[in-house]
Design a protein around this ligand. Structure first.
Ligand code: ZN
Length: 287
């Protein structure tokens, strides 16, 4: 027969539950000095995640993904060693200037993966660099059909964008983010196996490609600044190093910014820019 547990039993069970949840929350596993994070990217879904550190240059790949820790309540407060790399794709655009103002207000630095989709905002690239942000190539055209047709087509598009960056800032860059991330499957429609080859070629050229391990859902899943804010908080909570994917061409993303930054700063997170050869997250390549 079921015996009603006494107060002491309940306390022990509660303690066990707390430790189980704490262990699940801290998914960063230290392995030979390298932090291996679990990958729970929302879009597109990678099969594996690789995290590379600056000094070691070593690669470790996690296996099948665990369920996302997103949504778990945690009281873990960041201690200053928790770093957030905000990344903005697809700009510059009509909201970029406003975003730069907000970042400036809090002295927060971010990384912009830029395109030439809206050429009239090109000068924002220079402003980004002047303000101390990092810039990387996303794509000149951002047209999957064109860029993933062949390796030559991809690198030609990459070089065109880098020429614009050079024109704006005086220097080409070695940071890049593949449109759709390295795990995209859409490229399969245009060229079988192209992402595998492009990722290798990027390494061989001494370029650093960057995917993400937190996504704010602003590329179609939501248009609500409140939801964007919530998605980010949920993603970065308890994570030692977060590379957050966002899009500065979305007004609601920019409108969620002020609140997001205030929460992160109040909870002890540090913002940094991505650096060539530095910390990066790689998805598992699916094509
Ligand atoms: Zn993009």
């Amino acid at each position: 027969m079921f015996k009603r547990p006494d107060g002491k039993t309940i306390a022990v069970l509660a303690a066990l539950l707390f430790f189980a949840v704490s262990a699940a929350v801290s998914m960063g596993v230290v392995f030979h000095g390298i932090h291996i994070l679990n990958g729970e990217e929302a879009r597109p879904k990678p099969t594996t995640t690789t995290v590379r550190t600056t000094t070691a240059g070593a690669k470790k790949t996690t296996g099948a993904k665990k369920p996302a820790t997103a949504g778990e309540k945690t009281t873990v407060k960041a201690d200053g060693s928790h770093v957030i790399y905000l990344t903005f794709d697809d700009g510059p655009g009509p909201y970029t200037e406003k975003l730069l103002g907000i970042l400036d207000q809090y002295d927060v630095k971010a990384t912009f993966f830029v395109t030439n989709v809206r050429p009239k905002y090109q000068t924002c690239i220079a402003k980004e660099v002047w303000a101390g942000h990092a810039v990387g190539v996303h794509s000149f055209s951002h047209e999957y059909r064109k860029i993933y047709r062949s390796e030559a087509a991809y690198w030609s598009d990459f070089n065109r964008m880098n020429d614009i960056i050079k024109k704006q800032t005086g220097k080409p860059v070695t940071l890049l983010r593949f449109p759709g991330g390295s795990s995209n499957t859409v490229s399969r429609n245009y060229k079988e196996g192209i992402m595998k080859r492009l990722a290798k070629q990027a390494d061989a050229k001494g370029l650093t490609y960057v995917d993400w391990n937190v996504y704010d859902g602003d590329a179609g899943e939501t248009t609500s600044p409140h939801q964007v804010y919530k998605n980010i908080i949920r993603g970065v909570k308890g994570r030692k190093k977060s590379i957050v994917l966002r899009h500065d061409v979305k007004s609601y993303t920019v409108n969620a910014m002020d609140r997001t930054i205030r929460w992160c700063l109040a909870h002890g997170y540090t913002f940094k820019v991505l650096e060539p050869g530095g910390f990066t997250v790689h998805h598992g390549v699916n094509n």
